[in-house]
Design a protein around this ligand. Structure first.
Ligand code: NAG
Ligand code: NAG
Ligand code: NAG
Ligand code: NAG
Ligand code: NAG
Ligand code: NAG
Ligand code: NAG
Ligand code: NAG
Length: 651
């Protein structure tokens, strides 16, 4: 499946040795009066509501501390061509963090922002606990970030889709005012390197989009004791077994205390004690299970010394098993047909960052309304919303650029030229970032499957077949989920799924297939990783008004000029999918796609989210028919289902 990505957090704190006193003082926030929202190619109903305090929500719901301060807002920016620190006043343009530099919401909206400087001032709130450390957190910055506090370099982070935390305590000034500068290098696909970028390109057209450089997720400060939890891994299964690892910034075996509460209540249902940095388990009797129908979540408190954090989990088991002789994905031991959408997560105003949480949740509700139960990818609060709404998530790794840098700025059409990896270093970096992405997202109950490669992009096949060892690696980091090693195209048998991509008609679990895909492999679960993609052109007011994009509209796999015809075709395609559920081995499918993106007009809603193309009643019925067909196929009897854990051998 295609890609694109969100981020979350988990602290990757630097080691700390000395306690220093928190500086106390107050300064005024950056003067934002010169920030100007740019007039972009298209806006959304939320654009004008963003203001200058965007994304005020606590950004990391699975590792929440009480003392924190949001640094989002108007900062200063300077585009540069070199990476030498310009510690002068040239960093003076107003930029709205956390919207990437190419977006209208950033107030910059420049292209090819490859080297950038950011600057802001901050103070540490005077009521924060004396003696605690001050951690500076970044939700995500694309791509290579160097952090300076009071003009001293303190940290470097490489990777556009992972969160990081910097312990800045020892660099704070004694007068209370601190200067934060961030230098970012984001080459995207400038031809100098091959890095995970997903669908970003410097030359957007058709299925590749305007890139997103610089800070694109919330930046915030928090106060934590010297020894604190840096990362929390939580999983909980259908039998009530909770498995927790609390990683500590300090001593390896410090005691950890866990309390788990009745949903929506203060009542404690279990407590347990373990040690930091090693997994420990305990049992909760007869928990209410998490599922799309009933997404029950349980709050958790974790104590490590004087550090107390809030988190949550959901009890569910993801596995694979044969039902009536066909390999199926199981949720809590039962075959659940997974019907989802390809969710690029791009916005006309914020590009990779949704303008607000409300806007982000709007997309999810559009899907839930007609009965989708699955989606893909985004920011921490996105996964929390999926956990709460009961949407299953298939999470992709952002792909490497699909052609060799030596080919310059050329974006191949699907299918040519073949995708290869430019160097061992590029492969090693992809592997490293894949591990981080899994690690940082693995505690969300809504994620059911990891996808490593989409349509062969950045998938080496000449020198090695990395999907086999990467599938093993993913399973070793997270043994509780299934792995879709290759979504579409170059399938050599790795992973739990046989995933067909075909437009517009599905070929889900069918003994026939078209170019670039293979007929169904009965050893694995059949997934239609992409189908649909039918488009309907809209009037100019709902279009991304960039000529290059508008000129690519005719590349849409199937283009209709009225919504009646578009809905009729969708009905036929969903009916064909239903036939494949009834006749063949189809276990799930992904419709392309949630929204239009730039020159793609194949969304269920337009890029500005102002037009919903669906005849909702028809879609609800057609989607319900898929679940009914799957239930009938499974005999609608749990007794026929033989759950088994996702094993390293797959099925
Ligand atoms: C904020 O910046 C604007 C434009 O640079 C300036 O006119 C104004 O005086 C500043 N306000 C404060 C309170 O510094
Ligand atoms: C990241 O940027 C830093 C500072 O500019 C540089 O020293 C380092 O080599 C870069 N790393 C990568 C992997 O590009
Ligand atoms: C506060 O300290 C910082 C770093 O030591 C320095 O750059 C800044 O000029 C000082 N500000 C004042 C108002 O003294
Ligand atoms: C607990 O989780 C860890 C990984 O976080 C895993 O290695 C271990 O096998 C799990 N234990 C159980 C009993 O599930
Ligand atoms: C580790 O434990 C030792 C002995 O209990 C203690 O002196 C030290 O402060 C601890 N280190 C941290 C980082 O908590
Ligand atoms: C978890 O706790 C928060 C407040 O601490 C509360 O708002 C929320 O409803 C609780 N969630 C559940 C599922 O109990
Ligand atoms: C789509 O609509 C836009 C504006 O309404 C128009 O400019 C463009 O030519 C149309 N494209 C196609 C392929 O119909
Ligand atoms: C199974 O059949 C029962 C009785 O007909 C029905 O109520 C239930 O909804 C069905 N389950 C599924 C998953 O379709």
């Amino acid at each position: 499946m295609r890609l694109n990505f969100g981020i979350i957090t988990s602290l990757l704190a630097t080691a700390t040795c000395a306690t220093s006193i928190i500086k106390r003082a107050t300064i005024s926030q950056a003067n934002g009066s010169d920030y100007k929202l740019q007039d972009g190619p298209l806006d959304t109903p939320w654009t004008s509501k963003v203001g200058t305090n965007p994304w005020p929500e606590y950004p990391r719901p699975q590792l929440k501390r009480s003392q924190w301060k949001n640094l989002n807002g108007v900062w200063r920016y300077q585009r540069t061509t070199v990476d030498a620190p310009p510690f002068d006043e040239s960093v003076s343009k107003a930029v709205l963090v956390p919207f990437c530099l190419e977006s209208a919401l950033s107030g910059i909206m420049e292209e090819r922002t490859i080297y950038s400087w950011y600057k802001t001032n901050f103070d540490v709130p005077s009521d924060w606990t004396t003696g605690n450390r001050v951690l500076l957190n970044f939700g995500a910055v694309d791509y290579n970030t160097t952090v300076f506090i009071n003009r001293q370099k303190v940290f470097n982070h490489v990777g556009g889709y992972s969160s990081f935390a910097v312990d800045v305590t020892d660099h704070l000034s004694s007068n209370g005012t601190n200067e934060l500068r961030v230098f970012v290098h984001d080459p995207t696909d400038d031809g100098t390197t091959q890095i995970p970028i997903g669908k970003q390109t410097l030359n957007p057209s058709h299925i590749f989009y305007r890139p997103c450089s610089g800070i694109w997720q919330t930046v915030w400060l928090e106060s934590a004791p010297k020894e604190h939890v840096t990362q929390l891994d939580v999983s909980a299964d259908m039998n009530g077994l909770v498995n927790i690892t609390a990683y500590s910034s300090g001593n390896a075996s410090s005691p950890v205390e866990i309390t788990i509460y009745e949903p929506n209540s203060e009542e404690v249902i279990a407590t347990a004690k373990g040690s930091a940095n090693s997994p420990f388990q305990f049992k909760v009797d007869s928990p209410q299970l998490w599922s799309p129908k009933s997404p029950t979540l349980y709050n958790i408190t974790v104590k490590l010394g004087s550090d107390t954090i809030q988190s949550y989990t959901g009890f569910r088991t993801i596995s694979s098993g044969e039902v009536g002789g066909i390999p199926r994905p199981l949720l809590n031991g039962e075959f659940l047909f997974q019907f989802g959408t390809l969710d690029q997560g791009w916005w006309p105003d914020g590009l990779m960052s949704p303008p607000s949480r409300e806007a982000m949740v709007y997309d999810l509700e559009v899907l839930k309304e007609v009965g989708y139960n699955m989606i893909k990818v985004e920011p921490a609060l996105f996964y929390q919303a999926c956990d709460q709404l009961g949407l299953l998530v298939i999470q992709d790794m952002p792909s490497l650029r699909q052609d060799a840098p030596s080919l310059g700025d050329h974006n191949p059409a699907c299918g040519a030229p073949r995708v290869r990896v430019n160097s061992q270093a590029a492969q090693a970096e992809f592997d490293r970032q894949l591990a981080i992405v899994i690690q940082q997202h693995k505690s969300y109950p809504s994620i059911v499957t990891w996808t490593i490669y989409n349509e062969g992009w950045g998938q080496e096949i000449d020198k090695e077949h990395p999907e086999f060892r990467l599938t093993d690696m993913v399973r070793s980091i997270d043994p509780t989920r299934l792995v879709n090693s290759v979504s579409g195209w170059d399938d050599f048998g790795a992973g739990n799924f046989h995933d067909n991509h075909h437009y517009a008609n599905p070929q889900c679990g069918t003994p026939y297939s078209s170019r670039a895909s293979t007929p169904y492999d009965p050893r694995r679960i059949a997934l239609q990783g992409e189908f649909g993609g039918i488009g309907a052109n809209v009037s100019e007011e709902n279009l991304w008004k960039v000529p290059q994009a508008v000129n690519a509209i005719d590349q849409t796999y199937e283009l209709h000029h009225d919504l009646g015809t578009w809905n009729y075709r969708a009905h036929l395609l969903l009916s064909e999918l239903k036939d494949q559920v009834e006749m063949f081995a189809c276990s799930g499918a992904v419709w392309t796609q949630t929204t239009d993106v730039e020159g793609e007009v194949n969304g269920m809603v337009t890029y500005d989210r102002r037009v919903n193309r669906m005849n909702k009643e028809q879609w609800r019925n057609d989607i319900q028919a898929l679940y009914d067909a799957a239930a009938a196929r499974a005999g609608n009897s749990t007794s026929q289902m033989m759950p088994r854990a996702a094993s390293p051998d797959g099925i």
